[in-house]
Design a protein around this ligand. Structure first.
Ligand code: 13P
Ligand code: SF4
Length: 355
């Protein structure tokens, strides 16, 4: 089905209340046939309409367990693709804006990764581990070559698993999550090398053979914005405040913060470990920060720095309604059979690691 952009624009110009009411009506009429999954970076109006809201790990578990015929995914493309790989063949995954990708996932293309692999594998190949925020063919590459996938909530567990299989790990595409996890696991900073896809020899040819962890040079533009100076300002003007950041932030920021964890960790930390009156500064995407601030008005919950994920923001109530109005004909998220096969091997390996 072709997108009727005029119709989408028309819907997007309606009041939120009208859109919410129409979406609710369709949800009621579809009943168990329909399952809406939403990432924690979605706006509150969207998370309120979802059957499950969570981090990347929780969302993939929900996709694997859901029984609805239609899974509508309010998140970015790699999440919808993962749901399409994990769900049953009788289910269909719909992504309200197929253009909403993740810039970090796009920093590692299949051909670049294969080129790096040929260079790096040597006589004792490392275990390839990709962050969930990667394209389906990179996930398949990891499945095919004995590796796995991790999210920000199970990255440490994945490193433990990988180091049982080999003395070297090749981690992509997020350099920061990779370094933060390697250091937490106890890898010496000297034993970490970086592969820069823009350089023919990766940039550190002298280090790859001895390195325990080789990191792909990729980053999340949303989390790259947080700095140690942001945290120093908080310490100066709000002594006693708690600083929580996501592990996609640069290492020096993670080390300066009080707490570090996935979006779901952040949500649970605020819910269970903070109390009325606390001052909490959060270094992650702004919508999660704002949603938490609304949910806990008795605490001062605010951003470490304003940082919006533009592609997450592309999922609007209007697009969600348009998807639901066209469930029968809306373009399905599809992954080719070859890619699906090995990407599922890697995703299943991830889901079998208890965190
Ligand atoms: P988690 O939900 O896994 O914490 O990570 C989020 C993310 O960056 C999504 O883009
Ligand atoms: Fe990608 Fe960063 Fe946006 Fe997550 S927050 S979808 S990693 S750009």
């Amino acid at each position: 089905m072709k997108f009727d952009l005029q119709r989408i624009q028309q819907l997007e110009s309606l009041e939120d209340e009208i859109l919410v009411e129409r979406i609710q009506k369709i949800r009621e009429s579809q009943g168990k046939n329909l399952c809406i999954l939403a990432h924690l970076y979605q706006r509150k109006k969207i998370t309120e309409l979802a059957d499950f809201v969570g981090d990347s790990f929780g969302l993939s578990q929900s996709a694997a367990r859901s029984s609805g015929k239609y899974i509508v995914f309010a998140g970015v493309r790699f999440m919808a693709e993962s749901a399409a790989i994990l769900c049953r063949s009788s289910q269909e995954v719909l992504h309200p804006d197929p253009e909403a990708g993740c810039p970090m996932a796009d920093m590692a293309s299949y051909s670049e990764v294969r080129r790096a692999w040929e260079y790096l594998k040597g006589a004792h190949p490392p275990v390839p581990v990709t962050y969930m925020n990667s394209t389906a063919d990179i996930k398949a590459f990891c499945g095919e070559f004995g590796g796995t996938i991790c999210t920000s909530s199970n990255a440490l567990k994945t490193f433990e698993w990988a180091f049982e299989k080999s003395s070297r790990v090749f981690f992509l595409p997020d350099e920061h999550l990779g370094r933060n996890t390697a250091l937490k696991y106890g890898v010496d900073p000297e034993d970490i090398a970086v592969w820069d896809p823009e350089k023919a020899d990766g940039g550190e040819p002298e280090n790859y053979e001895s390195a325990k962890v080789i990191l792909w040079r990729g980053y999340c533009p949303v989390h790259q914005k947080f700095t140690v100076r942001d945290i120093e300002q908080v310490r100066k003007f709000y002594p006693g405040a708690i600083v929580i950041v996501h592990p996609e932030c640069p290492t020096e920021v993670v080390q300066a913060a009080d707490e570090v964890g996935s979006t779901d960790f952040i949500r649970k930390f605020v819910a269970q470990k903070t109390k009325p009156g606390d001052k909490i500064f959060i270094g992650t995407e702004i919508n999660l920060v704002q949603n938490l601030a609304t949910e806990y008005p008795d605490r001062m919950i605010t951003k470490l720095h304003r940082s919006l994920c533009l592609t997450m923001y592309q999922i609007t109530l209007g697009r969600l309604l348009y998807t639901l109005e066209n469930l029968e004909t809306f373009e399905r998220v599809q992954v080719s059979t070859d890619v699906q096969r090995y990407a599922k091997v890697a995703l299943d390996r991830m889901l079998s690691l208890v965190i």
